[in-house]
Design a binder for this molecule. Structure first.
Ligand SMILES: [Zn+2]
Length: 260
């Protein structure tokens, strides 16, 4: 049985039996993997503080432990989750994005760009207070990496380029903007005040090489009209995600309550 080497982010852990631990990892090489760490719940030394949620770890594992799981042989922390557990808001933020990855990926589906986005989020969330713009930015980045992003640039019905038009009409069902002509006969919601333009500009460009939003380093810096944008952008994205992905995020409800 060959020994595999990889790195991964711990999404979830639980005790199993008297002495073992089961974890779900989002690995760079193989995507989401369920793993068992024998003796991890007993031996303080072997996996001490390693298999904890939000940790970025290196690991060696054997395939085919059974029940679709691999068996972790060795694991070491590359980057710890230290700092995340100190604040409810940070823990909720990290919990939301790990749940996002957990729910929207399938086992053994490799997504290296998504891995790096999650890693970046978990690093930044330790040091900075995310604003709602940061949450939107990363949420859109993750949707883009998964190929689920909303279309903000062309009319989703007739294909007309929307760059010249006021982008105010958004169809959750069709997954993007509508031109004025098509909006007369296709169900949509209206978003005034440049909400769609702002979301589109947030999302443009290459996900990984992009700079984070400017509000990243400031604490709660997205004021000055951010309230209405936040409300509308949240409404648009929630409508889109819940229509297309049919997933309820427990952690999102909690996150919203702590971001108020
Ligand atoms: Zn159209």
């Amino acid at each position: 049985m060959p020994l595999h080497k990889d790195e991964g982010i711990v999404l979830f852990k639980r005790a199993y039996g008297e002495s073992d631990k089961i974890v779900r990892l989002f690995t760079l090489g193989s995507g989401k993997v369920a793993a068992i760490a024998k003796g991890a719940n007993k031996s303080q030394k072997r996996f001490m503080n390693t298999l904890e949620p939000f940790n970025h770890i290196s690991l060696e594992y054997f395939e085919k432990y059974g029940k679709g799981m691999v068996r972790i042989e060795n694991a070491h922390v590359i980057e710890t989750n230290e700092g995340i557990e100190t604040s409810l808001k940070k823990a909720c933020m990290a919990g939301f994005f790990t749940e996002f990855v957990d729910k929207l990926t399938k086992d053994r589906e490799k997504h290296s760009s998504l891995f790096y986005i999650l890693k970046e989020i978990l690093t930044r969330v330790r040091y900075a207070d995310f604003t709602y713009s940061d949450v939107l930015f990363y949420e859109l980045s993750m949707l883009q990496a998964l190929g689920f992003e909303p279309n903000f640039h062309t009319c989703v019905y007739c294909g007309k380029s929307m760059n010249e038009e006021d982008r105010t009409c958004f169809s959750s069902e069709r997954g993007g903007t509508l031109c004025h002509r098509c909006s007369r006969f296709i169900a949509h919601k209206r978003y005034e005040g440049g909400v769609i333009e702002r979301l589109a500009s947030m999302r443009d460009g290459d996900v990984i090489s992009r700079e984070p939003p400017s509000s990243y380093s400031s604490c709660g810096g997205d004021n000055g009209g951010g309230g209405i944008f936040e409300r509308d952008a949240r409404d648009l994205l929630e409508g889109f995600v819940s229509y297309h992905l049919d997933i309820e995020f427990k952690s999102y409800r909690i996150l919203k309550s702590v971001m108020r």
